[in-house]
Design a protein around this ligand. Structure first.
Ligand code: AMP
Length: 449
């Protein structure tokens, strides 16, 4: 693998990369940076955790720093992210990589006051990282002008569509100037993304980093069969026995996450919940406590956790097995980031054995079973020939999520509660196709996260 200095990056960026402690570019960086520096559009099939942020941020920073138009700063790079957490992380990465450059960047998202955002916009920015809703709000209020954008980055495009942002994206595309460089990153490449990519990328270089390669291989996985009622005690035992200092526990519902935090607290374990019903302030606080090492355990639902990038997560607990197989891959990918290894425990009760069948089918392997724990329950083991699980009605709050589900509910009225087509055999043998199918069936379940 070539080093960073062979990619054509400037000295200032090389020293920023060195300061971050990166020695070698990741595959997505190696393959994206040279064509981007050469002015090409890039279509990247890569998920968060592969180093894709640097793959687009470094060349964008480099080209932008070559010359700056006279006068007030104008937004010349626009990065769209589906979630606030991912947007904030991208912004943080721009701070790290661009610290030696005279380029101003900022993140804007909903759920917080727009005043400080407007103030910074009025002072002038070169790079704007935004979630679609707040971006369009501020464009409508004429605080943002994207007519001078030279770089447009659409990050986690599959999640964007999944969350019902397609119309927002189309509106943004209409407001961009014709002459610009485009980058689209997506963890999966279903037909809907290929179509979207085709609508605005020009002669793009395709960079494909399979999610399986980057997540599953370095992660030790264990399945523990157990009764639902015993899960909490097993979790507490493992956290204590293995002295977990940084672990994420995934629950299916927001209510379940809140309840578990209380229960862990009663067992003397500090934990914080992060999910879509929490205010932005609470989410930021929980994440900060977790990142700083003050809170060892984060209890999360899928949608809030997507894209969370915290170094050094050693344990991922699938306290509830996900009913969408590809969520399992995303969840366990929270550990084993940037070359490190980690362990992922899955607690499977008798209502979840079908989900396990679907997960194993997707990842193409049987997850090793740990029967040595005191709560082992053979009744949860999938029966021979058992089919991938179907989506059961889920308990939990039905209140729409103030931030995300509202949008989804309004804009994406499709309903599908069967979920039966998940995990059916995919003739191409390509698990991206399956991810796509299952994500299309998500709409009826999202309020629970
Ligand atoms: P991303 O996929 O952009 O969210 O990056 C995932 C993590 O990998 C971040 O914590 C980055 O700081 C880290 N990272 C990015 N590039 C490299 C690299 N070349 N070597 C080591 N770590 C990296």
């Amino acid at each position: 693998m070539s080093g960073f200095d062979e990619l054509g990056l400037s000295k200032k960026l090389l020293s920023a990369v060195e300061e971050e402690g990166y020695t070698n570019p990741t595959p997505v960086q190696e393959q994206s940076i040279p064509p981007l520096l050469a002015g090409r559009d890039v279509l990247g099939v890569a998920q968060t955790g592969t180093g894709k942020t640097a793959a687009f941020a470094l060349p964008v920073l480099q080209i932008m720093s070559r010359s700056r138009p006279q006068g007030k700063r104008m937004i010349r790079a626009l990065v769209l992210s589906p979630t606030r957490e991912l947007a904030a992380q991208i912004n943080e990465r721009f701070s790290a990589y661009g610290e030696n450059l005279d380029l101003r960047h900022r993140v804007i998202f909903g759920g917080v006051s727009q005043k400080p955002q407007v103030r910074d916009l009025q002072r002038g920015l070169d790079i704007l990282i935004a979630t679609p809703g707040r971006l369009l709000d501020l464009i409508n209020q004429r605080y943002i002008d994207i007519s001078k954008v030279e770089f447009f980055v659409l990050d986690e495009a599959d999640r964007m569509l999944d969350m019902g942002f397609i119309r927002d994206i189309e509106k943004v595309l209409k407001l961009l100037p014709n002459r610009r460089q485009n980058l689209l990153f997506s963890a999966t490449m279903p037909a809907s993304i290929a179509k979207l990519a085709g609508s605005f990328l020009k002669n793009a270089v395709m960079v494909d980093v399979s999610p399986k390669e980057v997540t599953v291989d370095r992660i030790a996985q264990k399945i523990m069969f157990i009764r639902k009622a015993d899960k909490r005690r097993l979790l507490v035992n493992i956290i204590k026995d293995e002295k977990v200092r940084r672990g994420i526990v995934f629950t299916r519902t927001k209510h379940g996450a809140n309840r578990l935090v209380k229960q862990l607290d009663q067992s003397g374990i500090d934990a914080a919940a992060i999910h879509g019903n929490k205010s932005q302030g609470a989410r930021t606080k929980a994440l900060k406590g977790f990142k700083d090492g003050d809170i060892p355990i984060l209890v999360a639902t899928d949608i809030a956790s997507r894209g969370i990038d915290v170094d050094g997560i050693t344990h991922v607990f699938n306290y509830d097995l996900p009913n969408e197989p590809e969520s399992y891959v995303h969840r366990i990918g929270r550990t084993a980031r940037a070359g490190k290894s980690g362990i992922a425990y899955g607690f499977c009760d008798d209502s979840e054995s079908g989900f396990l069948v679907g997960i194993q089918k997707l990842i193409g392997m049987e997850i090793p079973v740990d029967e040595t724990h005191q709560f082992h329950f053979a009744g949860a083991i999938p029966k021979p020939g058992q089919r991938p699980g179907t989506i059961k009605s889920l308990k939990g709050s039905n209140k729409p999520n103030r931030n995300q589900s509202n949008r989804q509910g309004n804009r994406n009225p499709r309903r599908n509660t069967s979920g039966n087509n998940r995990g059916q055999s995919n003739s191409s043998g390509n698990n991206r196709g399956q991810s796509n199918r299952s994500s299309r069936n998500n709409n009826s379940r999202r309020d629970h996260r």
